[in-house]
Design a protein around this ligand. Structure first.
Ligand SMILES: Cc1ncc(COP(=O)(O)O)c(C=O)c1O
Length: 521
């Protein structure tokens, strides 16, 4: 477990490096008892009613059963594995965080604004980016491909003129990314290019176009500048380089320093630690603000935590209060106005909107301490953080919650030792409804047990990749996307996953796939 150790934390943004507080014995991923739980509220989003699990008011088991459909535009039962995306959750998250900061700004009399940016690297699918932007988020991006996405969002009226686009990521002189940003600047006024090293300035300086520039500070929580400069991080500028960059920007007629950018971790579960780590950056901001008056935005980057597991608790108001009052105090000490505060919310925006469903295809109870419940897909390729980082996610049954439970382990369909859940070595128990070998699972399907991994909407899809060839030639799943339409009625559509032919094509087999030179000859 890596807690406050100095690591390149933002490089591991998909991980939950500081996930376990000292008082918590293990992450709670589900129902930890043998007794049935037909009616229970597990979280704000998940509850069981009469033995079925509901996500808000969606009866999840019913998606796979014949009979009257809950969602009117689905006329046949769906099959597993199935991805599930519920877009109203994204909207709610954006609005809730905006409200938290609005409340605290009023409460403490803060003189600046709060700006919510969506860090699209957490989930760059079109529907997610569109939904976050439509909810009022600014857009944070990190690569040349993201510039193209932002351009398409402008074309489709999802990125209006007043919206900010923050270009993070490495953009060396003459790179595709830098060139595309130049093109994008002609299209959109609200672009801030955040530079990660001094050499990145050259391209924008020589472009002749006017650019708002942000400086990304190399900072992982140290308060003294000397300690800061010793940090082994490949991100951001040292204190000395920040000074040099600020001076270069001042001297360039077409550049304006508007943003100070930092990032101190991800899934920061203690508001005091979060703000404590930001303190050095707040001082650096205030010191820098004494010179260029154009500097007005303190961007604290990502880190906002969100529930991956059921014991999660976090007081967002406390965090906002600590952050804004610290800024008030520090800016007061330096005699400068408080900044507008921006956060780039990746995990927070997207984690809760998505789930992934499996059917238990087989139960193997052949002498191991716990029976193996075999899912009809792969755990390790669907949620790379589970095997790569021992990450835990909520796992609950979709049906049979009115049966007794038993402690089990999950196995995936690949032939890999690590395709299991909970992660190997984890102390977290997983209980699921009792089904025995051959307990209807392989007969007519009427007694099937379905399970879901929840709050998996951040990073997992991007890390496993969309389409292409998959480990053990497993095709990617269909995806059910639900949204609220007119009159707040739920609408849904199904995005088809891959066929075996699609996978084979990606691997170089078949007519339309990539072929090796040997095959072409
Ligand atoms: C610059 C930057 N901003 C924001 C984020 C999003 O972080 P989180 O998912 O913790 O909100 C990241 C994650 O890598 C990042 O690198």
């Amino acid at each position: 477990m890596i807690n406050d150790t100095i690591v390149e934390q933002t490089n591991f943004a998909h991980s939950q490096r500081n996930k376990t507080s000292s008082t918590m014995s293990h992450p709670i991923v589900g129902w930890e008892s043998k007794t049935s739980v037909p009616n229970h509220k597990f979280s704000e989003l998940l509850s069981s009613r009469s033995g079925h699990l509901f996500y808000e008011d969606v009866d999840l088991a019913q998606l796979f059963m014949s009979g009257e459909r809950f969602v009117s535009d689905l006329d046949t039962p769906l099959s597993t594995p199935l991805e599930f995306a519920f877009l109203p959750t994204i909207r709610r998250k954006v609005h809730e965080m905006q409200q938290v900061f609005a409340d605290v700004i009023d409460e403490v009399g803060y003189g600046g604004s709060f700006e919510f940016a969506f860090a699209s690297k957490a989930n760059t699918t079109e529907k997610v980016v569109r939904t976050a932007l439509d909810a009022g988020a600014h857009l944070e991006m990190s690569s040349a491909g993201d510039v193209e996405i932002a351009t398409r969002m402008i074309d489709r009226n999802h990125l209006p003129p007043g919206r900010q686009v923050i270009a993070n990521g490495f953009k060396s002189f003459g790179s595709d990314y830098a060139k595309r940003l130049e093109g994008f600047r002609r299209l959109h006024d609200g672009l801030t290019v955040v530079v990660d090293s001094i050499s990145e300035l050259k391209h924008f300086c020589e472009s002749g176009l006017e650019f708002d520039i942000g400086l990304r500070q190399k900072r992982i929580g140290q308060k003294s500048e000397a300690a800061l400069d010793e940090v082994n991080s490949r991100f951001g500028l040292s204190c000395e380089d920040s000074e040099i960059a600020a001076k270069m920007i001042e001297e360039a007629p077409n550049l304006r320093l508007t943003m100070y950018h930092t990032m101190v971790g991800t899934q920061m579960r203690d508001p005091n630690v979060f703000v404590d780590r930001l303190q050095g950056a707040m001082h650096a901001y205030a010191k820098m603000r004494q010179r260029p008056h154009s500097l007005s935005i303190f961007n604290f980057g990502g880190g906002m935590p969100v529930a991956h597991t059921l014991e999660f608790e976090f007081d967002y108001h406390t965090l906002a209060r600590l952050m804004l009052t610290n800024l008030q105090q520090i800016c007061g000490e330096y005699g400068v106005p408080v900044p507008n505060v921006m956060g780039e919310f990746g995990r927070y925006t997207t984690a809760e909107h998505a789930a992934y469903f499996f059917r238990i295809a087989n139960v193997k109870d052949h002498g191991a301490a716990l029976p193996w419940y075999m899912v009809d897909g792969s755990i390790m390729t669907s949620f790379p953080d589970v095997w790569g980082l021992d990450e835990h996610f909520i796992v609950l049954p979709l049906n049979h919650l009115d049966r007794p439970f038993q402690r089990v382990q999950l196995g995936g369909m690949t032939c890999d030792h690590d395709d299991t859940y909970p992660p190997r070595g984890s102390a977290t128990p997983l209980y699921l409804p009792t089904v025995r070998p051959g307990d209807g699972l392989e007969r007519d399907g009427s007694d099937d047990l379905f399970i879901g991994f929840f709050n998996v909407g951040a990073y997992q899809k991007m890390l496993r990749g969309v389409g292409a060839g998959k480990y053990c030639v497993l095709p990617s799943a269909d995806e059910l996307v639900m949204d609220s339409g007119d009159l707040n009625q739920l609408t849904s559509h199904l995005i088809p996953g891959q066929t075996i032919d699609d996978v084979l094509g990606s691997l170089g087999y078949g007519q339309h796939g990539r072929t090796s030179p040997y095959e072409r000859a």
